[in-house]
Design a protein around this ligand. Sequence first.
Ligand code: AMP
Ligand code: MG
Length: 348
Amino acid sequence: MQSERGITIETKRLNGNCQEDIVIAAEILKNGGLAAIPTETVYGLAADATNGAAVEQIFKAKGRPQDNPLIVHIASYEQLEQLVSEIPERAKRLMETFWPGPLTVILPKSQLVSDQVSAGLSTVAVRFPSHPVACAIIQTAGVPLAAPSANVSGSPSPTTAAHVLHDLEGKIDAVVDGGSCTVGLESTVITLAEETPVLLRPGAVTLEQLQGVLGTVKMADAVLHQLKQDEIAASPGMKYKHYAPKAKLILLEGSDAAFFHYVNTHAEEGIAALCYDGQENSLHVPAVTYGAKDCPQEQAHELFDALRKLDDLNCTLVYAKCPKSEGFSLAVYNRMIRAAGFEVRKLD
Ligand code: AMP
Ligand code: MG
């Protein structure tokens, strides 16, 4: 059943608030199947991280490039000890401060981690989620779970069970519905496998918070800039196109007035806008909103749903209000420049 991911299988809908359904999800995972599970960041497509054949099915179901390693999710510090070859002092400080929560830490891996999980690297990415349903499933399954976002590779990450079903119905054994994810963006990723810690992906745990605990933390170039063709990505996932709606997306950087003026003077058939709440009233094109202007947490929570809603507008070009790029907003900005294929226009 699990070996032919192209063939339609029945995707069970399970309820994260129901203990019996948690047990069913855990059984599926223990038996080498795939289940999408809610976490506080986005929905993850989980498989037993110690079962290479099960992990391979994740790549098939998502259409994920084989060289892009997976994050392993744990629900105890004993599981962490099994996965890594050492836990340096600075890792412990990060974990004490931010775990359980939306921070992934990369460390040298142990033998237990299958090559499929680490995509041949000598390191492993580990996260202890805070979502009670994710933790209950990991504990009941009794194994760490490899889980990338539960979407088709390239599309916006799923923040509801409906998003998961839209992308993966018929390709996975189950989805556990835990409502909409509170953070709404994937975890912050930091590597401690180098001398100086490097932020590989911004998320709800900010660069400033990491620096508060560790002192110097570098930011990988790929967080803000497109990698050049022959450049090696510190994190393989950063070289792929991501989060893109069907229409072409262009970010417009500048004041609100300049944004309204630009969009309204380009208000032709097929044009749409992605803007903050309330701004749609000043625009003469169909618009989707992504949260309040001064609340990056709300923008993070709504962005992926908004990118999916754009697909329903049947537009060909979307002008998006560019968010700020510091503090928590860096995570929102990082996802939006990728969705836009790095096309940013300065207006004033
Ligand atoms: P996803 O699980 O789809 O949200 O993506 C996980 C991200 O973490 C991707 O960008 C991966 O390339 C990155 N990642 C996972 N494991 C490692 C690792 N061992 N070293 C560097 N990056 C990693
Ligand atoms: Mg992903």
